[in-house]
Design a protein around this ligand. Structure first.
Ligand SMILES: *[C@@H]1O[C@H](CO)[C@@H](O)[C@H](O)[C@H]1NC(C)=O
Ligand SMILES: *[C@@H]1O[C@H](CO)[C@@H](O)[C@H](O)[C@H]1NC(C)=O
Ligand SMILES: *[C@@H]1O[C@H](CO)[C@@H](O)[C@H](O)[C@H]1NC(C)=O
Ligand SMILES: *[C@@H]1O[C@H](CO)[C@@H](O)[C@H](O)[C@H]1NC(C)=O
Ligand SMILES: *[C@@H]1O[C@H](CO)[C@@H](O)[C@H](O)[C@H]1NC(C)=O
Length: 592
């Protein structure tokens, strides 16, 4: 390897590119201090640009000052192919935020010139960016078929903001290979399954084992397959069909509304715990695991109306009251709490308390009351979600995943903040390119944190296409080892916020094509149910991780059953028999 290629390799690794990715930008690490438009690389657009020794990677970054407008900042004339998916990423450090603000709003924009016209795309928006910290910005975009030229802008909504920029990259998002599902299936087999061995002891000869059969039946998944539910429907004797279909198809539940502060406490001081907690208790009787959603919600429109003007110490006291009211009640009953929902999109509690890190405080306070519940951030605009007005008609939603990434890394770097994992809402829309979804998901995988798909649904009108997309996305998620569970955002058109996305429809709650596809995966393809004779006294099997029953039968009669859990370590089952022929019995089954 030449010195030059070693250098390129080191730089590539430093900037954070995956193996084989080619950075299309020049002076990507801002080591050269020429920032004129004629350089064919990064240039100062309506601002001053000088080299800085404060760098994210390499020896220098660029320092941007004297911005002449909100649009001004570093810019780049891009040479791009039409009809291609790209991902842009860079690292920014704001040197100041607007006076009287805790954070600044920073955007990456792309201007696309086409033969048919032109448009601006917002690649990413970091609404709540703190100063003095290196943070990632960027996102993906798709070039139109009639593209003639493109330009990139790094801007901030307030012209007074100065920033450092470093470690930039622009890569083509690789299309998934045609056979990606073969690879995904192999990963599923490797990551989601484990070995089961069954050995029989105590028989005097293998003849005794003629007619002996073992059944290895999975009762529950280690992976979380769940749905949002309507709390009142889970306890209503009129809704038994809904309940039965839920228990038959899902093992985890999120109460869609009745654990939210606004819904529980319409009137200050009159808290309705019963609707949610009765549903929780009922579902626990059925062995359902519960994700609690959500303790706080950072968007002003979602906090209790009576709280909207509360600030300072009074707001802190209300937050303490909320935590001390609900968390002791859910303690020991729920597995997860979403702590401050959508806080990359809102900042009610930050601005109200004047503490830009108030969410970290929430995590610590909840943890004091319930040290075992797993605490999550939960947000949208990560893999794909609703469209912003500005982006309507474009290839996708306004993606804020670098913001989410920054926040996750900031929390993770603080050992005093008990963040367990990241909730990715995933309300998906019709133009879904699985390659792009995977690339986005991989950015979240890079946090090293457990991921949950928390609010999954598909806005695809045709049931059969929805079934196909569903299978693609479930396969992608299930084959990503860091993803620990998938919660649908409702399943029945009778009580979903978006009935068109249902898996089950009508008064008899029957599966449609998408529901049947889900059942095929959840109940059959991704579930273990093996019946095999064990004449040799030994069986080596492989099963999906989760909870099981081992049943030993002879000539159709059950001799003994034993429950066991199959973890990543595998399960080793010793069956000791006594007697022979018709009097043969299983005296005990040891599980290891
Ligand atoms: C992947 O696994 C699913 C579920 O078992 C199966 O239906 C599908 O045919 C497999 N696909 C490939 C390409 O192997
Ligand atoms: C909060 O302030 C706004 C604007 O002053 C006012 O319209 C609203 O009624 C107030 N809400 C409460 C609950 O006090
Ligand atoms: C917020 O927390 C981050 C991460 O620990 C820290 O770098 C930053 O200085 C904090 N901001 C304030 C205003 O305390
Ligand atoms: C397991 O498979 C057997 C035979 O195919 C079937 O009768 C039984 O219902 C299955 N059990 C479960 C729990 O799926
Ligand atoms: C099963 O029996 C084998 C051989 O006696 C022994 O090594 C192993 O530890 C046993 N496993 C369990 C779970 O008891």
């Amino acid at each position: 390897m030449s010195h030059r290629s070693v250098l390129v390799l080191l730089l590539t690794v430093a900037i954070g590119l995956a193996f084989g990715e080619i950075n299309l930008l020049k002076n990507a690490d801002f080591e050269l201090s020429t920032f004129s438009e004629s350089s064919g690389a990064w240039y100062a657009n309506g601002c001053s640009a000088t080299a800085s020794d404060d760098s994210y990677t390499g020896a220098h970054s660029v320092r941007v000052t004297n911005r002449r407008g909100t649009w001004a900042g570093m810019s780049y004339h891009l040479t791009l192919k039409p009809g291609t998916n790209y991902y842009f990423k860079a690292h920014i450090k704001l040197q100041n935020v607007p006076t009287h603000d805790l954070t600044a709003n920073t955007q990456v924009m792309v201007f696309l010139q086409m033969t048919s016209g032109s448009k601006y795309l917002t690649l990413s928006e970091n609404k709540v960016m703190q100063p003095h910290i290196w943070q990632a910005i960027g996102g993906d975009f798709t070039t139109p078929a009639d593209l003639t030229s493109a330009r990139l802008y790094i801007q901030s909504k307030d012209a007074s903001v100065n920033y450092l920029l470093d470690s930039s990259s622009l890569v083509e998002i690789p299309p998934l290979p045609i056979n990606w599902k073969t690879t995904a299936n192999a990963t599923i087999d490797k990551m989601r399954k484990a070995d089961i061995t069954v050995s029989i002891y105590g028989h005097s000869s293998t003849k005794d084992l003629i007619g002996v059969t073992i059944e290895v039946i999975q009762n529950k998944h280690e992976f979380g397959f769940g749905s949002a539910v309507k709390a009142s429907a889970m306890t209503n004797p009129q809704e038994t069909t809904y309940q039965k279909v839920f228990y038959d198809n899902f093992e985890w539940a999120t109460i869609e509304n009745f654990l939210k502060w606004r819904m529980m406490e319409w009137t200050e001081g009159k808290v309705n715990y019963a609707t949610a907690m009765n549903a929780v208790d009922e579902m626990l009787k059925h062995g359902t695991n519960i994700r609690a959603h959500n303790l706080f919600w950072d968007r002003k429109s979602n906090v209790p109306a009576w709280l909207a003007n509360t600030t300072g110490q009074a707001l802190i006291q209300q937050m303490e009251r909320r935590i001390n009211g609900i968390v002791p009640r859910t303690k020991g009953k729920v597995e997860h709490w979403d702590v401050n929902n959508e806080n990359i999109h809102g900042n009610f509690f930050e601005s109200g308390t004047g503490d830009v890190n108030i969410t970290m405080w929430m995590f610590k306070e909840v943890h004091k009351v319930d040290p075992t519940v797993k605490l999550f951030l939960n947000d949208y605009g990560v893999v794909k979600d609703r469209y912003s007005t500005q982006d309507t008609g474009q290839h996708g939603a306004l993606i804020m995943l670098q913001d989410y990434y920054n926040q996750a890394m900031m929390f993770k770097a603080r050992p005093d903040v008990p963040l367990y994992g990241l909730g990715i809402q995933a309300h998906m829309h019709s133009s879904i390119d699985v390659s792009v979804v995977k690339y986005r998901l991989d950015q979240m995988v890079a946090t090293g944190l457990p991921l949950w798909i928390t609010e999954f649904d598909l806005d695809v009108r045709d049931d059969n296409s929805r079934a196909d997309y569903l299978e693609d996305l479930l396969t992608l998620f299930f084959s990503t080892p860091e993803v620990e569970g998938i919660i649908f955002w409702g399943f029945w058109d009778g009580n979903m916020h978006a009935p068109i996305r249902a898996l089950f429809t009508g008064s008899d709650v029957k599966p449609n094509a998408a529901g049947r596809r889900y059942q095929q995966l959840f109940k059959r393809d991704w579930r273990t149910n093996i019946t095999t004779p064990i004449a040799s006294g030994h069986a080596s099997l492989r099963g999906f991780r989760g909870q099981y029953t081992l049943r030993v039968t002879k000539a159709g009669h059950t001799l003994k059953e034993e429950k066991f859990t199959l973890t990543s370590k595998g399960a080793d089952l010793n069956v000791t028999v006594s007697g022979s022929g018709n009097t043969m019995q299983v005296s005990h089954i040891l599980v290891g």
